[in-house]
Design a protein around this ligand. Structure first.
Ligand code: FAD
Length: 456
């Protein structure tokens, strides 16, 4: 019978271990994506992520069709969808690349046992992480909660495997297969269509991901180490949404960067190391997610459960969400996010710190807003980043380190280029006065922190 390849967070043909295994098996292949919003514990996708998914599936389907195949779409609890599809086409093998969230792993485990019980071969592969969480252990066999020793342990071993070749043909299954229509999933916003800025900024899909990587390596890698913190520069790779959906793999990024490094010296060479270290932070986020599955809702440091958050003022939260706080760098970041579905890393830290430590709003509300609005919204990196800023997370910034958004702007956007790009009325009467006093609110936050300090 045919092999079934179940695409999930790996919407690519190149360097796809599950697809490679199916090709090696030499039977016709049924490629499927399942939109699963029903299995227990699966976090519903945010709006920007749904927009991205639509584009990415369109692109994957096109690529498969160019090779003579097609992409089958199913909706519903994955367990039912996969079992039903395997039965209807008479598949005797199902291949996929692994996921690392708890709910997703539970779904996959159940499917694996039910397929196996039915006499169908079920195999999973490592496609999305260079170092799967359980393979990296401390000397005592424990898990890491600090990045530097984690990354040292990762890079001490053999280098990540080389990427698998891009398939040149695709032995599509010729029988009839029922498929949903992508348009029917209504992943794109309609009333209103808020995605114009996303369309201008991004092109989902595997080809576009590789163009970005190539451009980045040629034009920016050498400057990455020195300019990566300046939001007005377009020096970072902007690969995060492509990585989130697996349109490009970390193996491909790793090896292409190592290749590019050969031509570099001095600070430019150090830039390449720095870039791969950032890719390492993504690996670390997944290590933490795997070991603390409730990272999006539960403080990793339990003393933060007692943090005295004041009663929420919705208008203040909305001012932050829509970039109307009167603090220019914060507003610039929040408007960039709303318009483009993304925000520079330095500004993510500043806007998050402002929400938590100047507006005294629970980090979980910020995490949810980012989850809904980021095209790269990621189940590991997003809550990890928020808990890092809050001080409640793994290897986090200490709570008492409060970013001053005005000093951050002076340092990283000295000519207000980024601010003006995003806040056109900056410097005019139309721009609002600050909704809070930075010094006063900082003192209030530190006093609140004093109450939980030392608790465990
Ligand atoms: P580059 O600087 O080019 O880095 C290359 C890749 O490394 C990125 O694409 C990303 O996959 C990874 N990476 C870089 N920095 C980090 C980091 N600090 N943590 C984890 N991975 C990193 N990143 C997401 O991918 N999804 C999120 O939902 C997300 N939410 C965040 C929330 C907060 C509050 C903070 C402070 C950070 C968050 N990040 C998130 C991390 C980081 O801001 C983005 O990965 C980065 O801005 C993406 O831009 P880039 O691709 O140009 O990064």
């Amino acid at each position: 019978g045919p092999s079934l390849v179940w695409f999930r967070d790996d919407l690519r043909l190149a360097d796809n271990p599950a697809l490679t295994a199916a090709l090696e098996r030499g039977r016709p292949i049924v490629a499927v994506y399942v939109l699963d919003e029903e299995s227990p514990g699966i976090r519903p996708l945010g709006g920007a992520a749904r927009w991205w998914l639509h584009g990415s599936l369109t692109s994957l389907a096109d690529s498969l069709e160019r090779l003579g195949g097609r992409l089958t779409l199913r909706r519903g609890p994955a367990e039912d969808a996969i079992r039903e599809l395997a039965a209807s086409v008479g598949a005797d093998a199902v291949f996929w690349n692994r996921r690392y969230g708890q709910a997703e792993r539970e779904v996959d485990t159940r499917i694996k046992s039910s397929l196996t019980a039915g006499g169908i071969l079920a195999r999973s592969f490592a496609g999305s992480l260079l170092f799967e969480p359980w393979t990296i252990q401390t000397g005592q066999g424990g898990t890491y909660s600090v990045f530097t020793p984690f990354w040292r342990a990762c890079t001490a071993g053999p280098p990540p495997r080389a990427p698998f070749a891009t398939p040149e043909s695709f032995p599509g299954f010729s029988g009839p297969i029922a498929s949903d229509q992508l348009e029917r999933w209504e992943l794109l916003p309609t009333r209103p269509d808020w995605a114009a800025g996303l369309r201008e900024t991004w092109q989902p899909g595997e080809e576009s991901a590789h163009r970005r990587l190539t451009t980045f390596l040629h034009e920016s890698l050498a400057r990455y180490g020195t300019e990566r913190d300046e939001p007005a520069q377009t020096v970072t790779s902007r690969l995060s949404p492509h990585l989130r959906w697996g349109e490009i793999s970390p193996f491909q990024i790793w090896h292409a960067t190592e290749q590019a490094r050969i031509g570099l010296t001095g600070t430019a060479q150090a830039s390449a190391t720095r870039f791969l270290t950032e890719v390492g932070w993504r690996e670390f986020s997944y290590h933490v997610l795997f070991n603390s599955p409730r990272i999006a809702t539960v403080n990793l440091r339990p003393e933060f459960d007692a943090f005295p958050w004041p009663k929420l003022d919705e208008r203040v939260l909305e001012a932050w969400q829509h970039g109307r706080t009167g603090i220019a760098l914060v507003d610039a970041g929040m408007r960039e996010l709303w318009r483009t579905g993304s925000m520079h890393n330095r500004v993510r830290m500043v806007t998050a710190s402002f929400l938590i430590k100047n507006l005294l709003i629970d980090w979980r509300l910020g995490e949810q807003w980012f989850w809904d609005t980021l095209v790269d919204a990621d189940a590991a990196s997003n809550p990890f980043g928020w808990q890092w800023v809050a001080g409640s997370g793994a290897d986090a910034a200490p709570y008492f380190r409060v970013f001053n958004p005005e000093l951050q702007a002076k340092k990283f956007d000295p000519h207000a280029v980024y601010i003006r790009q995003n806040v056109p009325e900056y410097g005019t009467d139309a721009y609002p006065a600050p909704i809070v006093d930075l010094g006063e609110t900082r003192r209030a936050a530190l006093a609140a922190y004093e109450q939980i300090k030392g608790m465990k």
